[in-house]
Design a protein around this ligand. Structure first.
Ligand SMILES: NC(=[NH2+])NCCC[C@H](N)C(=O)O
Length: 432
């Protein structure tokens, strides 16, 4: 009894610290399909589900973690030594995994055991430097397009290699370079289906990636990181006629991107969202910024007037309740043949600032796009998406292609080509 009380108290003490999250997970994206990472991340997220906690809690939290580890150890030590206990090996394995993770994050915390102001100053410099590169590249591309003249709107690629807000695998962090490679791959040509030339800077430019890993490596938390993403999008939009075409990353990035688009334009947009999932949980696995929660954040923020979700075929009761709460127009796969005609003749964005298109690659049937974390059979065909996009009437003010996971792609990069073609055709849709 006393031991359980001790464990409970320890957890309560540990809750207020969000710092472990930042420092512990900073390198985790870089591990390929790390199953243990996935589980322990879920576990730790539940523990440290709190944002913006005071840095002064660190010492207390650190002690609490030692206490928790010891408590577990003493509580279960009879299981380790008892050959009759069937749970012994698995408990031991779990303990050693936890132990190794613990060591990893003590190192991080110890190295961080320096004045808060010093860390913050350094973080600010790194963020400023990161934004400077994007700002200068956007400026140059904007100047170039304006000098060439004649473009009202032009797509500009911005990569956001962020995968740590995934609830399962983290591979989408590796997508932007793979998509770029496929866009310019010699197996195809730079002309889009309806005849736009991607080599023309008035059609397409590129301002590079937000250095997500480098920023997280400095211990910057997600709230701040999301602001950096928003800031980067605004830097692109600053350079009229450039419009952001964002390469994800997991779906969590749509929140800071849409927020930036709406704030910069000074009003709401209509959103066409293609996905297998509605991604509207209040929070998922305790993560407010989860890729499964981005559309809850967008709707709460009031950034969208209409939200059309198309391709949905994995939706929980909470997802349905949230759709009702936010007035989402839900087009599920099971009724797609009925809805097709409407969806292939959409007219959006009138009376608001324009249309934002968010394409989750898992909206496609896995037969077309196997390289995604969340394989969900029964999806859209590539041509279904093309028909919807090509026929859509509206001013496209921004777009994203997210959730391509190169670690799950075929050896010949089939999904990279699919993601690239989505980007190419979105480019054609934006540019005018
Ligand atoms: N953007 C995504 N791929 N989201 C997938 C979310 C999956 C999550 N397990 C759910 O129940 O919805």
């Amino acid at each position: 009894m006393a031991v359980y009380l001790q464990i409970l108290l320890t957890w309560v003490y540990m809750f207020p610290s969000s710092e472990y999250r930042g420092w512990h997970f900073q390198f985790m994206d870089l591990k390929p399909q790390d199953k243990h990472g996935c589980h322990s991340k879920t576990f730790l997220r539940t523990l440290f589900n709190c944002h913006g906690a005071a840095i002064g809690k660190r010492a207390l939290t650190q002690c609490s973690f030692y206490w928790l580890t010891l408590t577990f150890f003493f509580h279960f030590q009879h299981s380790f030594s008892s050959p009759l206990s069937p749970s012994a090996p698995s408990v031991f394995v779990k303990m050693s995994v936890l132990g190794r993770r613990g060591i990893h994050y003590f190192q991080k915390l110890n190295s961080a055991n320096i004045p808060t102001a010093l860390i913050e100053k350094g973080q600010n410099r790194v963020i400023e430097a990161s934004l400077t590169l994007i700002r200068e590249r956007a400026k140059l591309k904007g100047e170039l397009v304006r000098a060439l003249g004649g473009a009202v709107a032009s797509a500009s690629l911005l990569g956001v290699p962020l995968g740590h807000n995934s609830s399962f695998l983290q591979g989408p962090a590796f997508a932007p370079p793979r998509i770029r490679e496929a866009i310019w791959c010699g197996s195809t040509n730079p002309t889009t289906e309806e005849g736009k030339e991607l080599t023309d800077p008035r059609v397409l430019t590129d301002v590079g990636d937000v250095p997500v890993q480098e920023i997280r490596d400095c211990g910057v938390d997600d709230e701040r990181l999301m602001k950096v993403v928003s800031e980067s999008v605004k830097l692109v939009m600053e350079e009229d006629p450039l419009r952001p075409l964002v390469l994800g990353g997991d779906h969590s990035i749509s929140y800071p991107v849409v927020r930036a688009v709406s704030e910069k334009l000074g009003g709401q947009v209509d959103i066409l969202h293609l996905d297998a999932h509605p991604d509207n949980y209040d929070a998922y696995e305790g993560n407010y910024f989860s890729h499964a929660s981005s559309f809850a954040r967008i709707m709460e923020g009031g950034y969208a007037r209409r939200l059309l979700q198309v391709g949905i075929r994995s939706i929980s009761q909470e997802g349905r309740d949230q759709c009702k709460r936010f007035g989402v127009e839900l087009y599920e796969m099971r009724t797609f043949s009925r809805d097709r005609e409407y969806l292939e003749n959409l007219k959006l964005g009138e009376g608001v600032k324009g249309v934002y298109i968010s394409i989750d690659v898992d909206s496609l049937d896995p037969a077309f796009a196997p390289g995604v974390s969340h394989i969900e059979p029964g999806g859209l065909s590539f041509r279904d998406i093309m028909n919807i996009i090509h026929n859509l009437k509206g001013d496209i003010v921004g777009a994203d292609v997210v959730e391509f996971n190169p670690q799950r792609d075929t050896v010949d990069g089939m999904t990279a080509m699919v993601a690239a073609k989505l980007v190419r055709e979105l480019t054609a849709k934006i540019a005018k």
